[in-house]
Design a protein around this ligand. Structure first.
Ligand code: AMP
Length: 214
């Protein structure tokens, strides 16, 4: 089963994708994670995209489509969760073509709806474990009292360079201008399942499971 988690920055795509990986053995393909990895390891591509990402703008379709194309070559028995990809109409077309080339299709596009105010509150309170990437939030899911990551025991946590109000404003505008047209694109194909992304993590996870099991 291949699915897309579609939603604005801070909607909880990464958090839900990690749960699906743990519970269903699916493979998470986060273009944001791939780009951050390239950025921190200082590859040529990473250096090229660093400033664009920090400013909250989208990197070129060519780069992200290339990243996804590489990953689709690997094992996909458990299915893929596309997290943060596609973000533009050309990316959506490219994904359809790539999946067809691999003899597979998209099973569901889950649109996670969260209002802007909640997104700002979530993102400015977000941190991740430096070792395993588990996502924490000062309000909804605080770092445990013993200061250790609940997933891996790591003790170092970091905040993303683009998780500040200014970048977030740009990221939201990029979402509304370039990504939200995908809602209509997938609705027209009959693939879209909207859910309320505002609830507790487990409540949102149940709503996603219900769609996947239907
Ligand atoms: P994310 O972790 O999904 O919030 O992505 C972080 C940043 O990486 C975005 O603000 C963009 O700069 C870049 N990025 C991630 N995925 C894409 C994509 N599919 N298309 C263009 N830029 C992307």
């Amino acid at each position: 089963m291949n699915i897309i988690l579609l939603g604005p920055p801070g909607a909880g795509k990464g958090t839900q994708a990690r749960k699906l990986v743990a519970e269903r053995g699916m493979v998470q393909l986060s273009t944001g994670d791939m780009l951050r990895e390239a950025k921190s390891s200082g590859t040529e591509m990473g250096n090229k995209v660093a400033a664009i990402m920090d400013a909250g703008q989208l990197v070129t379709d060519e780069i992200v489509i290339g990243l996804i194309e590489e990953k689709l070559e690997g094992d996909h028995a458990g299915g893929f969760i596309f997290d943060g990809f596609p973000r533009t109409l050309p990316q959506a077309d490219a994904l359809g073509e790539l999946l067809a080339k691999h003899g597979t299709t998209l099973d569901a596009v889950i649109e996670m709806r969260v209002d802007d105010e909640a997104l700002v509150a979530r993102i400015t309170a977000r941190s991740t474990c430096a070792s395993c990437g588990e996502v924490y939030n000062d309000q909804m899911k605080p770092i445990p009292d013993d200061g250790k990551c609940a997933n891996c025991g790591g003790t170092e946590f970091k905040r993303r360079a683009d998780d500040n109000e200014e970048s977030l404003r740009t990221r939201l505008m990029e979402y509304y201008k370039k990504t939200s047209p995908l809602i209509g694109y997938y609705y027209a194909k009959g693939d879209l399942s909207p859910i309320n992304g505002l609830g507790e993590i487990d409540v949102v996870a149940k709503a996603i499971s219900k769609i996947l099991d239907a």
